[in-house]
Design a protein around this ligand. Structure first.
Ligand SMILES: Cc1ncc(COP(=O)(O)O)c(C=O)c1O
Length: 392
């Protein structure tokens, strides 16, 4: 067989889909599985958003648009950014994208050369590593410590900077740990990026899902208004329950976003206009459902954290945002891969091994609580029974 490119051999994808496939296989054989593995809200997309898309489809919004996105939608993104982040980007800094995930690849490929360094947290959202390796850049991992509530420590970032560092990736609220960095930490990271004249990729897809510290979100983008170095990733999947719609947006320095736009044009042409009208309604229309979903996640977080802390050998911090918990399972005597296998096969509960998110995730597992209370209780009861049998 003919060989494949070196770059293609570096593609890693997203390991959570492997656990989902195993769980689905068990379900095909009649097993009942509680799903805590995939970060996909159990809510349906709010009706006003669905109606906006249907209306757009019916009125003929079914053709190519500008690859930048619809003018009206980009203006609305500028308006919301002003409200949520305290600055108004210029229109040429805003690009509408097919989901947030692809922006990671756009950013890495548009600002980093092969052989250059990218600093990122470990544990990390798996696409970071896959995109970095595909582009043949070097990932430089900053381990997140449970003792620091899984927040990235700016001193560790400073110590990892070399003359090859081109980009720092931050993700707050964080997947998989749910941690939220403080304003002081985010400002310190911005200062490091500025002092060393490097880009800062701020993945803010969970910015609307913050439960503590008065629920306020702070973005380092506020510092340079995304004009110099901050590349801000945002998406509609999580807070609006729109994972299947594939809609996101990036705000960044005009020269960077211009190249990303060419890459989008090369690979996808544009985002479907009826999807963009749905996004417009999401940010301009009623937020009633969105606030209800966020309140529900907050209550579920409590249930999940308390339930996990009642399991033998398991201890779990209360994360400040997103919809994940990242409990420590070291005292169960199992490694995280074994723990996830045992939970799936013996208890019928799908969780992800922490090492799917990097070496620092060893000894932890990720559970997503974007599922109803009944499922959370059922999953926790099954895990308890299984662990009590194993740990005498
Ligand atoms: C940290 C982080 N960034 C980006 C994404 C991608 O989101 P989207 O569905 O908008 O592509 C995810 C999805 O899980 C995520 O957790």
């Amino acid at each position: 067989m003919k060989s494949l490119s070196k770059a293609s051999q570096n593609l890693l994808g997203q390991p959570m889909f492997k656990v989902l496939a195993k769980a689905n296989e068990l379900e095909r054989h009649g097993r009942d599985i509680v799903h805590f593995e995939i970060g996909d809200p159990d809510f349906t997309t709010p009706q006003n958003i669905v109606d906006a898309a249907c209306g757009a489809l019916q009125s003929g919004q079914t053709h190519y648009t500008s690859s930048w996105g619809l003018h009206e939608f980009r203006l609305a993104i500028c308006d919301t950014t002003e409200i949520s982040r305290g600055f108004r980007p210029e229109l040429n800094q805003v690009l509408v994208t097919p989901g947030a995930n692809i922006i990671i690849y756009y950013a890495v490929s548009c600002v980093v050369n092969p052989g250059e360094d990218i600093i990122l947290p470990d544990p990390y959202f798996p696409t970071y590593r896959s995109a970095i390796e595909f582009c043949r850049a070097n990932p430089i991992y900053i381990p997140l410590k449970e003792s620091n509530e899984f927040r990235m420590n700016p001193d560790d970032i400073q110590a990892a900077i070399t003359d090859k560092t081109r980009l720092i990736i931050i993700n707050s609220p964080h997947n998989p740990c749910g941690s939220v960095m403080t304003k002081e930490e985010l400002d310190a990271v911005y200062d490091i990026a500025e002092k060393n004249d490097i880009y800062l990729l701020s993945d803010e897809v969970y910015s609307r899902l913050i439960y503590d510290s008065s629920g306020r979100f702070y973005s380092p983008a506020h510092r340079d208004k995304c004009r110099e170095r901050v590349i801000l990733i945002n998406g509609f999947s999580k807070a609006f329950a729109m994972t299947g719609w594939r809609l996101g947006c990036v705000i960044g320095p005009a020269a960077v976003v211009d190249k990303m736009q060419l890459l989008l044009q090369t690979t996808s042409s544009c985002v479907p206009p009826f999807i963009q009208y749905a996004g417009l309604e999401a940010i301009k229309g009623s937020k009633e459902h969105v606030s209800k979903m966020a309140e529900t996640y907050k209550a579920r977080r409590e249930l999940m954290v308390q339930g996990l802390n009642a399991l033998p050998g398991v201890s779990c911090l209360r994360p400040g945002g997103a919809f994940y918990v990242f409990p420590n399972i070291k005292k169960t005597g199992m490694d995280d891969e074994t723990f996830a296998d045992v939970m799936l096969n013996e208890a019928g509960v799908a969780v992800l091994p922490g090492s799917n998110f990097g070496n620092a995730g060893k000894g932890y597992v990720r559970l997503c609580y974007a599922t109803n209370e009944q499922n959370i209780k059922k999953g926790l009861d099954r895990m308890k029974e299984c662990l009590e049998k194993r740990i005498k």
